[in-house]
Ligand binder design. Sequence first.
Ligand SMILES: [Zn+2]
Length: 287
Amino acid sequence: MRAAVLWAAWATHGHRNEGDDVRPHMLSTRTRRASTAEATRLWPGCHIPYAIVTAANCAELQTPCTQRDRLFTPAAAEKLRGPLAAVAEHIHEQTGCTIAEGPGEVPPLEVVAGTECWITRVGYHESVQMQLGWCSTHAHRGSITHEFLHALGAEHEHQRADRDRYITVASSKDNCAPSAARTLAPYDFKSIMHYFIGTSGCGIGVTPEGEALLTRAGLRADDVGTADTMSQEDARGIRALYGTAAPHRPAEASVALVATLVATLVVALVAVYMCTAPKPTAYTLVI
Ligand SMILES: [Zn+2]
């Protein structure tokens, strides 16, 4: 079980130093509970249906149509579908969970326009808004993945209860302060749920023990918070949370495996033929 997977009834998240957005009015009712005790915070079937909010569909959704700056234009919505599909494919490969545009049996996560990047809740809720502003392109698919992992139930790695062994954090903002996360897995600087190391955002520094951990992981401090993809521990945590299957083998790996098996078979058949084929003898006549 991934240690940093928690639930928060109210949480708003910026990503990895950029657009740290915490709205104070949402914090007073915030509570945190261990994930395993909150089955109601799991998306049924580990499936997140989402809607890209536009003027055409806002009347059917929970985002008010009067919030004009949160509505995507049809062109912007279309442009967003590529990055969203890529992120959904990556998360599915790693966790078995599915994320797809369209209606479902539960209210959809509503993707809204804007300039920032955050999500209003961690885990399943009947109303969840995810703003994909500066992070709406392929170049920021790591940030989109980060927000969808919040949606699935993952908290920030740098908020783990044991984080002070590895990092120093200057800010006590809601998305920086330590949480009651359990620490059953090693601290993971490779997590896509870790903010950047540096003076902006949470103001994260590295302790000597953290430096040693970075070295063992083959990372530099500058690498932290820059991943485009989930770490192995990120994926393992979500799979443990939902009880989903091991990741699908990427298509290219399957092709390579089949090619290797075919090559091995051919070599074996040739070897068998060479051993069993009749040998020419001294008195064979060739005419
Ligand atoms: Zn976040």
